[in-house]
Design a protein around this ligand. Structure first.
Ligand code: A2P
Length: 338
C-alpha cells in the first residue's frame, strides 16, 4: 500500500497558503492528516478542503508532532521561529520565505532545474523567490545548451507578491480613484493603483533592493554556477496576479532564436506563446492560474551578436510559490527523502 504523509500548512490563510491547499487537492497529493496553521487572529475559523471543514489552529511547540511535511508561507520571522522546532519534531519543511535560502545546508530548489539538490537536505528545503523561480524555469534549458554568461532582468511584479492583503489594497485603491477619492496605501508603501514603483523590498548597501539581489544570488545557487553575471531592476506594477519579466541573455557565442524557441517548446514547465502577426505574447492575465511559465518575444538582441531577448509571464502564487513547493514535496515523496 502506498504511504500517506501528514502535512501542515503554516500560513494557511494567506495568498500562497490558499493556493497550497488548492494544489494538494488538485494534484492528489498522498495526504494523511492535514493541519492548518495561522496566527491567533484566524485560530478557530474553518477552511473547506476536499469537502470537509478544517479548523485553523494557532502555532504551538507541539504543532509539528507527527507531521511529515511542513509547507511554510507565513513570512521569514515566523519560519525562523518555528521551522527549527518542526525539524526537531522530525518533519521536513519546505519554506517559502527567504529566511534560509542562502544557508549552505539548505537546498534551494526549482524541480525543473536542480531536483538532485533535494538529496542533501537536513530538514529544511527553501523555495526560491518567485521572480527567480519564473526566470530559472525559462532560461535553464538554454543554459544547458550554451552556458549563459550574463543576465539583465527587468521585472514587472504584481501585487500578489506582497500577499493577499496587498491584492485587496490595489482593488480598494482603484475603486477609490474611480470615485475621485485618494488612494491610501496601508500594506504597500505607496499607492499602486494606476501607478508603479521600484520594488518595495529593503535597499541593500550596493543600491540594489533585496528582491533584485535575490534574483542575483538565488539564480547562481540554483544553477550551481557562480560565474554568471546578473543584474536586475524589479518594479511593482498594478497587476493583481502573475509577474512579467524582460530578460536579456548574453552567451559566449550567438544563440539562434529559432533554436532557443525549439528548446523552450520542449522544456518542462514552459509554454511558448508567440504570434508575431497579431503582436500576441505572454500577458499576466493569461498566465494567472496556470502552471506553466509563458515565454515569448524570443529574438536576437540587435545590440550584441551573442545576445538573446525574451519576455515571460508566470503566476507568482502558483509556479512562483505554491506549485513549486508542492512539486518539491512530490519530489521528496517520489525519491523517498522524507
Ligand atoms: P493570518 O491570516 O491569521 O494573519 P500573506 O502572505 O498572504 O499576507 O499571508 C500570511 C500568512 O501568514 C497568513 O496565513 C497569516 O495568518 C500567517 N501568519 C501571520 N502571522 C503569523 C503568526 N504569528 N503565526 C502564524 N501564522 C502567521
Amino acid at each position: 500500500m502506498s504511504k500517506n504523509y501528514n502535512v501542515a500548512i503554516l500560513g494557511a490563510t494567506g495568498a500562497v497558503g490558499t493556493e497550497l491547499l488548492a494544489l494538494l487537492e488538485e494534484r492528489n497529493f498522498p495526504l494523511g492528516n492535514l493541519k492548518l496553521l495561522a496566527s491567533e487572529r484566524s485560530a478557530g475559523q474553518s477552511i473547506k478542503f476536499a469537502g470537509r471543514e478544517l479548523i485553523i489552529e494557532s502555532v504551538t511547540k507541539t504543532s509539528f508532532d507527527g507531521v511529515d511535511i511542513v509547507l511554510a508561507s507565513a513570512g521569514g520571522s515566523i519560519s525562523k521561529k518555528w521551522l527549527p522546532i518542526a525539524t526537531k519534531a522530525g518533519a521536513v519543511s519546505i519554506d517559502n520565505s527567504s529566511a534560509f535560502r542562502m544557508h549552505p545546508d539548505v537546498p534551494l530548489i526549482v524541480p525543473e532545474v536542480n531536483p538532485e539538490s533535494a538529496h542533501y537536505h537536513k530538514g529544511i528545503i527553501a523555495n526560491p523567490n518567485c521572480t527567480t523561480i519564473l526566470m530559472a524555469v525559462a532560461i535553464y534549458p538554454l543554459h544547458q545548451v550554451q552556458p549563459i554568461q550574463r543576465i539583465v532582468a527587468s521585472t514587472y511584479q504584481s501585487a500578489s507578491g506582497a500577499g493577499a492583503r496587498a491584492m485587496e489594497e490595489v482593488k480598494i485603491q482603484s475603486q477609490a480613484i474611480l470615485n475621485g477619492e485618494p488612494a491610501v496605501p496601508e500594506i504597500l508603501p505607496y499607492p499602486l493603483a494606476f501607478n508603479l514603483f521600484p520594488h518595495n523590498s529593503p535597499m541593500t548597501d550596493n543600491a540594489y533592493c533585496e528582491e533584485e539581489m535575490k534574483m542575483v544570488n538565488e539564480t547562481r545557487k540554483i544553477f550551481g554556477d557562480y560565474d554568471i553575471r546578473i543584474t536586475a531592476t524589479c518594479v511593482r506594477v498594478p497587476v493583481l496576479r502573475a509577474h512579467s519579466e524582460a530578460i536579456n541573455l548574453e552567451f559566449a557565442h550567438p544563440f539562434n532564436p529559432d533554436r532557443a524557441r525549439e528548446i523552450l517548446a520542449k522544456a518542462d514547465g514552459v509554454k511558448v506563446v508567440e504570434d508575431f502577426s497579431k503582436n500576441y505574447f505572454p500577458m499576466p492575465i493569461d498566465a494567472s492560474g496556470k502552471d506553466d511559465v509563458l515565454v515569448g518575444r524570443i529574438r536576437q538582441d540587435i545590440s550584441h551578436p551573442n545576445g538573446l531577448e525574451l519576455w515571460l509571464c508566470g503566476d507568482q502564487i502558483r509556479k512562483g510559490a505554491a506549485l513549486n513547493a508542492v512539486q518539491i514535496a512530490e519530489l521528496l515523496v517520489a525519491k523517498d527523502l522524507i
